[in-house]
Ligand binder design. Structure first.
Ligand code: 5RP
Length: 273
């Protein structure tokens, strides 16, 4: 791996654990003003100091994130369909590599829709993006998207989607946790991070998901709704960090959550003029 590519990969994964806690706030690109992400700056600002990387689109990066941030940015560069369509797989590359470089991002990310009507297009777009990423030393994260078919998230399907993405050249893959997740890990030669999916019944359920994913070989999380739709997002992010980086059990992470909830809320830093 070339030095620039290797350096950008290492910036996202902390040496202490080899894992990463990415904060995902890219949902608006197809879902619009998602619950508790309506004001992206207000949601992101208090969480950013506790994230190892931030995953979002260029529109929200430019409008909602202070350019003084040192947090590595993972830029979503695919889009083109919204929740108003039945088939969400009709995506293209919507942000050029040129703009990604201009934004000084650390990696680019796109959805791949294996088994969906536009499977072919999304895989060819991934190949093109990897070629450009290699040219510029920018890692590409493939996101194994399932559109509205959440029931697709089983080990057989995800193992196939992750392996295909890695074969095409993705440098890391974001996928879902599932029963038999270790099979997904076993078949994928690049680091896997897991999304949280729609908000689970409790914070504890999300912590359990993270613990199981790490135990079974994930290199971290790229989580959104289970953090910022929690009533205690900063506490939740810190509790997840204890799992991902400090080998905390779910019980210990719940203690972190309880301690952090007891802290008085600090006002978010004001936006620059
Ligand atoms: C949206 C995404 C999200 O970034 C991904 O699903 C992670 O967020 P969440 O934990 O809320 O599922 O790729 O398309």
């Amino acid at each position: 791996m070339d030095w620039g590519m290797a350096n950008r990969m290492h910036r996202m994964f902390l040496p202490v654990s080899g894992n990463t806690v990415m904060l995902a706030v890219d949902h608006g690109y197809f879902m619009g003003p998602t619950h508790r992400l309506e004001d992206a700056r207000a949601t992101i600002t208090p969480l950013l100091p506790h994230a190892d990387a931030l995953a979002l689109t260029r529109g929200i990066l430019r409008r909602a994130v202070d350019p003084t941030t040192a947090t590595p940015i993972v830029l979503r560069v695919s889009g083109g369909a919204t929740v108003l369509q039945e088939d969400l797989s009709h995506e293209a590359i919507t942000t050029s590599m040129h703009d990604a470089v201009r934004l000084n991002v650390n990696a680019v990310a796109m959805s791949v829709f294996v088994g969906a009507p536009h499977e072919h297009d999304s895989l060819v777009h991934l190949a093109d993006l990897v070629n450009e990423g290699e040219d510029h030393g920018l890692p590409v994260m493939a996101i194994t998207a399932v559109g509205k078919e959440l029931e697709k998230r089983d080990a057989r399907y995800l193992a196939l989607a992750c392996r295909v993405s890695a074969e095409i050249g993705a440098h890391l893959v974001k996928t879902y946790y599932c029963e038999g997740f270790s099979k997904v890990v076993e078949g994928c030669p690049v680091p896997l991070v897991v999304a949280g999916g729609p908000k689970l019944d409790s914070d504890e359920a999300a912590l359990r998901l993270a613990r199981s994913a790490i135990d079974e070989g994930a290199h971290g999380i790229d989580m959104g709704r289970n953090i910022w739709q929690s009533d205690h997002p900063v506490a939740m992010l810190k509790a997840l960090r204890s799992i991902v980086h400090e080998k905390a059990t779910v019980r210990e992470a719940l203690d972190v959550l309880a301690q952090e909830k007891a802290q008085p809320a600090r006002p978010a830093r004001a936006a620059p003029a």
